[in-house]
Design a protein around this ligand. Sequence first.
Ligand code: SAM
Length: 283
Amino acid sequence: MDRLYKPSRLTEILNKYGFRFTKSLGQNFLIDGNIVRKIVDAAEISEEDNVLEIGPGVGTLTEELALRAKKVVAVEIDEKLKKVHAETLPYENVEVVYGDILEIDLKEFSKEHFNEEAFKVVANLPYYVTTPIVEKLILSNVNLISITVMVQKEVAKRLSAGPNSKDYSSLSVFINYYSDSFYNFNVPKTVFMPKPNVDSAVITLKMKENDDFDTDFLFKVTRAAFTTRRKTILNSLSNSNLDFTKDEYRKALMLSNIDPMRRAESLNLDEFKVLSINLKSVV
Ligand code: SAM
């Protein structure tokens, strides 16, 4: 039997079940075995791994994961794919759960499906909800090892950017607080059916041990610092909706050894952390 990434097999299945793509669900299915293998390689999946896949589609990536992982649980919003999966995913170590990943309680989910064991996320994400999904995974407080996802290229750059690059933003600082990010490789439009309008890339976020930090305030300060990224950090903070005086910002910046004339995009995570601690102390 041909693998699911073969365009002829995929077309045959789609026709057999009368499947119509729903554009609003970000349904662009992979049709390239090389990319499928490279995604699973990037996630470093072995037979010891539990995997959560988000959006299996017909099961192209799921099939490769099934052959390499211990267990795969895939969450798919589109119930029209149920009868397709009965044919395409006949693996004992694969389970498909039908629902919206954004509505699922991941703590309960990991208890029920992974017995609270650690797991990795691997997915070709629906692009309309990439950031909410990544944020939810990161903040879910479950035993998550890493997230390897295909996303829109521009988003991949933002999620994995470091200081002094034009893609560095408060989102990058947030990601960097919780994980070490790796930009794995680019993926051309041509390896999808139907072909999307944008290029893609695969990134991996390896989760860090969390320390006990006031993250709410840290990310408020980070967002405030980036409100006007062309201005100096002192002016940007002063123009933000955070409730400090310009003098207080200046004092906190000096205490943190950060030149007030620098721009937010030049500050690394540790500098933002020190700045947020010092801002609390100057009032
Ligand atoms: N993994 C397949 C592949 O690579 O060929 C399909 C990837 S496709 C880009 C995204 C998949 O996510 C679709 O199957 C879509 O129905 C599903 N999806 C969209 N929104 C979802 C959500 N909120 N929760 C779970 N699945 C979702």
